[in-house]
Ligand binder design. Sequence first.
Ligand SMILES: Nc1ncnc2c1ncn2[C@@H]1O[C@H](COP(=O)(O)OP(=O)(O)OP(=O)(O)O)[C@@H](O)[C@H]1O
Length: 353
Amino acid sequence: MIPRLELNNVSIAFDSTAVVRQVSLQLPEGDIGSLLGPSGCGKTTLLRAIAGFEQLQQGSIALHGKCVSSEQLMIAPEKRRVGMVFQDFALFPHLSVADNIAFGLNGQSSQQKRARIAELLKLVGLSELSNQHPHQLSGGQQQRVALARAMAPRPEILLLDEPFSALDPELRGQLATEVRLLLKQDGITAILVTHDQTEAFAMADQIGVMHQGALHQWDNSYNLYHHPATTFVADFIGRGTLLTIVVADKNSIDTPFGRLSGKLPPGSEPGGRLQLLLRPDDLHLTTKQDGIRAQIIERLFQGADYLYTLQLDSGDRFHCLAPSHQQHNKGDTVTLKLDIQDLVLFSDDGLAL
Ligand SMILES: Nc1ncnc2c1ncn2[C@@H]1O[C@H](COP(=O)(O)OP(=O)(O)OP(=O)(O)O)[C@@H](O)[C@H]1O
């Protein structure tokens, strides 16, 4: 199947400073993708290039198999059939909810327009408010109008640039889940730009983690967490700790916790020093005396569980999650059991083996 969106080796520079470096990805029809990364990593620039607002220095962008951008070519934004939703909603204040949604429906008969507006109002749950004006709506309702307006002409792809950042944190997570459902119901392919991983997890099928213009990994959320491609992804997604270990033999490594056995990835040579990824859910507190002993340095109450920062006698620090009804205090010594499913190892250059 032809992907709805395909980026091939895309690089973008401003005044000879590279801002996006050799990014390649594919998004199938009906899927929701997300570009996730810290401020300044190039997410918005890449989204603007997909919309047709930035010239490529190298590579190409295709929408449904048709090249729309390359070094030599730049099809105008209005010819790409791309929908956009921005952080500030950008609704027309003097138009009603229904007229805002109708704005993108030029060239259709009034009967077709009315039917599509009614369908979208129902989809976003605003049928009762169709005659209201934007200032009479809450932030969440306004963002739903902006979404319906961008969805109205059935774009090839919908581009969402930090669409929830002007809303309350509690509303953000809820709206991200709702918007995912709406896009799925209407079969719309979309890309969301965000620096908030909870939002990306709630909405996207595929997430691209970016750092300094490079796309480190384009994958589903499970793989980003459990099989990060680089130490940057390991650190950025979830609370990972990287511990230095030494490969003992074909099936075991020497770690600050002692010797661990498991399947080692190809490229782990005996005697080699590597980094082992440890997630907070790879360790459990136990009441048995014969486990690993560590001291609690910090604890963070997270409702259902505590996130403990622990330290071994060797000075190595790491995190561990434990149910909040088992309370332990700062300074306590606790016993731990390791439960690592896969040994995730990285070489010196930060790449997963
Ligand atoms: N028109 C421009 N001219 C020059 N530099 C630019 C331009 N637009 C963006 N940049 C620079 O490119 C880099 C990437 O910016 P971009 O807005 O794509 O990052 P971002 O990941 O979306 O960040 P944020 O989350 O803060 O919006 C930044 O260093 C920014 O200063």
